[in-house]
Design a protein. Structure first.
Length: 267
């Protein structure tokens, strides 16, 4: 996690100073993507025994986008400088059996294939259902047991050490890379068409990607209006480390992969 000099431009060092995370450093964006052919591809794979979903696809496609096109999305702020993570990890939001939101962490996502991502994510979700969540999510139970206002003081101390100073706390299983490079959340699965998420104050991530609702819409294909299946994607970006242009590169890459999903079958 060494500082990468090309990332530490005058503007970036100034932005990391004048903005506070995540109160006033967010950029929101959304895009609609035609996934008609992608859904057919996924259905064919599922019939062949590869149990992938849109979540697996966009998780892997986003990690590949970071690796191949937008390395700036794999960065975080520590002590006024911009750093690059040594690998591309991701946190995926999941709905636990008790109805509460939880999360699982996927490591080295860009090095997985679609089939491998499906297997690994299934195993991680199984662990979370059994109560074996990652260390960060387990901390919520410990914090909840602390009386107020001590609870707030403990939280801010942990946040200051891990998020602001980049200091790990091994006994608690906490580090500056608790959540990985980005967070992916499929809110379409709970009935929301789109949402603009918060950048978690205790997470050193540069963006959160949202999979929104899927709807049939009239769409222009080859100069003709036809019914197509449309997915809405949303994102919240940390303006201290990235700009709207980086979000544009991400969305363009995702559109490319939607039209060429087979590219994700190999590393």
């Amino acid at each position: 996690m060494k500082a990468n000099n090309p990332l530490n431009t005058s503007w970036r060092k100034t932005a990391s100073t004048i903005y506070k995370k995540p109160v006033d450093s967010k950029i929101f964006g959304s895009v609609e993507i035609d996934i008609t052919d992608l859904e057919k591809y996924i259905n064919e794979k599922r019939k062949a025994g590869v149990k992938i979903t849109l979540t697996h696809f966009f998780l892997l496609a986003t990690a590949r986008a970071i690796k191949e096109q937008v390395p700036e999305l794999n960065t975080y702020v520590k002590r006024g400088n911009i750093y690059s993570y040594e690998q591309i990890d991701a946190t995926v939001s999941v709905l636990l059996q008790n109805g509460e939101m939880g999360s699982v962490k996927m490591q080295n996502v860009d090095k997985l294939t679609l089939e491998e991502s499906a297997i690994q994510l299934k195993e991680e979700i199984k662990k979370s259902y059994q109560g074996d969540e990652n260390a960060t999510m387990q901390m919520k139970e410990k914090l909840a047991s602390i009386p107020w206002p001590l609870r707030g003081w403990v939280y801010h101390l942990i946040k200051y050490l891990t998020t602001n100073m980049g200091i790990s706390i091994p006994p608690l299983g906490l580090s500056a890379n608790n959540f990985g490079s980005f967070i992916l959340s499929n809110i379409g699965s709970i009935g929301l068409d789109i949402g603009y998420p918060a950048l978690m104050p205790s997470a050193n991530i540069s963006f959160v990607l949202i999979l929104g609702g899927i709807n049939k819409k009239p769409w222009v294909v080859n100069n003709e209006i036809v019914p197509r299946t449309i997915l809405t994607l949303g994102a919240a970006l940390d303006h201290r480390v990235i700009d709207a242009s980086h979000g544009g590169k991400l969305f363009r890459y995702l559109k490319k992969m939607v039209n060429n999903p087979a590219l994700l079958e190999k590393v």
